[in-house]
Design a protein around this ligand. Structure first.
Ligand code: Z16
Length: 838
């Protein structure tokens, strides 16, 4: 092999190694202050210090990133691509330092320059390109892929604004402000102005007269997709993977403003969907991004010089929910129209390439796209979707509906249920159905959820295609961010106790089981409890500094943080708080003294158009205002709604919790992932028998969790009874009736304001608050009793952490790699040569 360009020794003389010594680091830091930032010791503040540190760390990441990409190009392994409309990355600097193993060196270096590392880390803005669990899951999976040395790239969108910043008005209303996260510049991305693709919209698709199934798509307008690369370092490995985010740029003569003004938001403004922001129909964005990603993937494959039929041997594409489903017709289009592959061959390639993860069984959250809209924007894709549904072009196969008809003759209902197109005005494309039939495997995100997928929303597809296509991969979380970074003291205690370097147990989380015997050691318990206490003080300090409120730290910390949604039942929690408040009010001062003091924290964003969710926030804020000011009770019960929930705020809240609440109506929360994070940090779980709560209980034992509420099989029946055999609330659940009456009578201000929220419970009570309220109160009582025995509580806490091995995202990503993608690790060796490899 010859040197690719110029003289090898000249190149090599200029090439940098990783800066790992404090002196090198200081030099590069000062160099960035002086040149990249054009500042001086006279005028550099913490923001500048953060930027200089970030640029210097970025240089180090780039060295590894280059080597990793070159290595992939050379070894040409099968690669996997994680297509996700959301990546909730949070902050990067601390994580990069941890994964590079340079945390101590940087701290020492910046200290000598007059900075405190914690202050610098705190200057970074979160990258909040997502709504909640689904987006954070994508971020954890990228961390694990790199840490496991798997050749996985993420593909997403480079949003100019992250999820809205949440403000709370004095009345308790959620207000939304834009999050211009790129304003301070983003040192973690690398513009790739040379990596661009042209993406067509509108125009017309004309079928060729040769009966080949091919079309010619012409006219319309083209947009440019420009790549921005984000480096994803693995923990304790050189492997540094890539997250490629696309930005849209107008081509000359294209009016991007009118393109973006398509007012697709309006179409769902009235929707109650949990995640209205993401389920907002943005077919323009969706297409743009999936089309750019596919062209990029195909170009990389073509560089290998392999026949196109081998595409699935080199490429696996994971669809994170249905948002990127357009990738299926788009790959069909490229193969048929541009590569001139016959329809049947193309379909075989497609169905061996894609994998689809479902994240919800709630019918209102399943994506549907109006046919007229797709027809206008993407005429060729609509043709292909119709062809997939019932194809006359195929030479060999019966296409979808024809095959269903053959297997289940004369079952018209079934055909209508399964079709890719839902009849109505307008007709709509069922994206989940398209994702299912276009994929090799379909999975849910926890055992119960996957079972519900198989037996409810995709039942017909299981009967048609066979059960083996429909699997489960239970979600996971990265223990690097969600233990080592957010709870450094606990991490250090674990390493010391297990007598293991953290590099070992952070990559083999089952090693935590070694903590079990220490639960019986009083000295160890004391250390464990002291760390929890300091984490509570850290949270209290944060609340004091940011909200000016004084939180008592001698109380039990009870936390519920997640998107605000009726199915997640923050209302159940706040109504339980109100019940507790009035119980306290009934007591004498002496009786109250015996009560276990409790501080209840809430945080979470409501979709801007989700009226009932916003009312829930308003109720919480006003309950907090009344309770925290009541001299009789405030020592025993406090409530806080912390605004603007984010990954960074979660990193402070989670290590501080004694108990956390995951109390969705059974069968509605697909998995949940914060439940795993709390338990990993020794917080106990109060929850329903739902999602991953069930598997957590299987690991830690039912005696270490607090379960309550009706089970999934009962839900349908209860809902039926609400409608056909309603029982007056006073009779059915007097406790709840009393609480609702307190709210209605103005105990928390403005009684009328809350009526729409209260009537969701008084009327159909779809989420079964009235059915679960008493058992919820009983569970809260059990929590109180258990907490009185401090030593037993700490034992439970230790045993919970010890049993979290299963929930490492390393386990989850390895399951995807092995049983779905057929992907193997690709290790980076030292001493590579430079070459443009992307
Ligand atoms: C989302 O975050 C989730 C589901 C969904 O349909 C859309 C969005 Cl934006 C969540 C689930 O609600 C949660 O249970 C699960 O843990 C998470 O996805 C990751 O799978």
């Amino acid at each position: 092999e010859t040197w690719p360009k110029g003289e090898e020794k000249v190149w090599k003389s200029g090439m940098r190694e990783l800066d790992t010594g404090v002196e090198d680091i200081t030099k590069s830091f000062v160099n960035h202050v002086q040149t990249s930032l054009a500042r001086q010791p006279y005028n550099i503040d913490n923001l500048g210090g953060y930027q200089a540190a970030a640029l210097s760390v970025r240089d180090n990441l780039l060295i590894n990133w280059n080597e990793t990409q070159l290595n992939y190009t050379r070894k040409a392994p099968k690669r996997a691509y994680y297509l996700s409309l959301e990546f909730l990355m949070g902050r990067t600097l601390d994580n990069a330092l941890l994964n590079l193993g340079l945390k101590n060196q940087y701290s020492e270096s910046v200290k000598k320059l007059g900075f405190n590392m914690e202050d610098l880390l705190d200057k970074e803005r979160d990258a909040a390109l997502g709504n909640g669990g689904l987006g954070r899951l994508a971020a954890c999976y990228l961390d694990s892929s790199a840490s496991q040395e798997l050749p996985v790239w993420g593909y997403g969108l480079r949003y100019k604004y992250g999820i809205f910043q949440q403000l709370i008005s004095p009345e308790g209303n959620q207000l939304e402000a834009p999050d211009p996260w790129l304003d301070n510049q983003n040192p973690w991305e690398l513009p790739r102005l040379d990596v661009t693709y042209e993406i067509r919209f509108y125009g017309q698709a004309d079928r060729l007269p040769d009966n080949s199934g091919r079309s010619q798509w012409t006219g319309g307008q083209e947009v440019l997709a420009v790549a921005y690369d984000v480096m994803i370092p693995g923990y304790g490995t050189k492997t540094t993977n890539n997250l490629r985010l696309w930005e849209s740029k107008p081509k000359r003569g294209f009016d991007l403003n009118s393109f973006n003004a398509g007012n697709y938001e309006g179409a769902v403004a009235a929707s109650n969907s949990a995640d209205a922001i993401t389920s907002v129909l943005y077919p323009n964005d969706h297409t743009f991004w999936t089309a750019a990603s596919l062209q990029d993937i195909l170009r990389r494959f073509k560089n290998l010089g392999k026949p196109i039929t081998e595409f699935p041997d080199y490429v696996a594409i994971q669809l994170n929910d249905t948002h990127p489903t357009l990738a299926i017709p788009e790959l069909m289009r490229i193969l048929i129209d541009e590569e001139e592959v016959p329809w049947d061959v193309a379909w075989t390639i497609v169905t061996n390439t894609f994998f689809y993860t479902n994240h919800t069984v709630l019918p209102e959250a399943l994506e549907k796209w109006p046919v007229p809209l797709v027809e206008h924007l993407l005429p060729r894709h609509l043709q292909i979707i119709y062809d997939i549904c019932a194809n006359s072009q195929s030479q060999q196969n019966l296409f979808f509906l024809q095959a269903v008809e053959k297997k289940f003759p004369h079952d018209l209902d079934r055909l209508a249920r399964m079709s890719l197109i839902e009849e109505g005005t307008p007709k709509q494309i069922r994206m989940a159905h398209l994702a299912v039939i276009g994929s090799r495997k379909v999975n849910g995100v926890a055992e119960l959820h996957s079972e519900l997928v198989r037996t409810t929303i995709l039942k017909d597809f299981v009967e048609f295609e066979g059960i083996s296509k429909f699997g489960n991969i239970t979600n996971g979380i990265t223990p690097r961010r969600w233990l080592d970074q957010c709870n450094p003291e606990l991490s250090a205690l674990i390493s010391e106790t297990l007598k293991l370097d953290k590099a070992v147990w952070l990559k083999d989380l089952f090693k935590l089981e070694g903590l079990i015997p220490f639960a019986e050691d009083p000295a160890f318990r004391k250390k464990w409890a002291a760390i929890k206490q300091r984490n509570k003080e850290r949270l209290a300090h944060h609340v004091q500094a940011n909200l000016g409120l004084t939180v008592r730290t001698d109380a039990m910390f009870d936390v519920q943080i997640k998107r605000i949604h009726e199915y997640k039942r923050q209302t159940l929690n706040i109504l339980g708080v109100i019940h507790r408040y009035f119980e306290l009010k009934k007591m004498t001062a002496a009786e109250r003294k015996k009560v276990n003091p409790r501080v209840v924290f809430f945080a979470g964003k409501a979709a801007p158009a989700y009226y009932i969710a916003k009312l829930t926030i308003r109720l919480i804020v006003n309950v907090a205002r009344v309770l925290n000011a009541d001299p009789e009770t405030k020592d025993y019960l406090q409530v806080y709604f912390l605004p603007d929930y984010s990954v960074s705020l979660a990193e402070i809240l989670i290590p501080a919790s004694d108990i956390s609440q995951h109390i969705s109506t059974a069968g509605t929360e697909a998995s949940g992932t914060s439940n795993m994070k709390f338990c990993l940090n020794g917080g106990l779980l109060l929850g329903t028998v739902d999602g991953a709560n069930i598997e957590i209980a299987e690991e830690v034992g039912e005696n270490n969790v607090f379960f309550f509420g009706h089970l999934t099989p009962a839900v349908e029946d209860l809902r039926y009874q609400h409608i056909y055999h309603p029982v007056p609330l006073e009779q059915k659940c007097p406790n709840l009736a009393a609480v609702l009456n307190h709210v209605s009578s103005g105990a928390f201000g403005e009684p009328d304001v809350y009526e729409p929220l209260l009537s969701t419970i008084r009327q159909s009570d779809y989420y079964l608050i009235s059915d679960d309220f008493d058992s919820y109160l009983a569970a809260l009582k059990m929590v109180d009793e258990a907490y009185l025995d401090k030593e037993e509580w700490i034992k439970k806490s230790i045993n919970t952490t010890a049993k979290m091995g299963k929930f490492s995202s390393d386990r989850a990503i390895n399951e995807y790699a092995e049983s779905y993608w057929n992907l193997e690790p690709c290790r980076v060796a030292a001493g590579s040569t430079p070459k443009d490899t992307t």
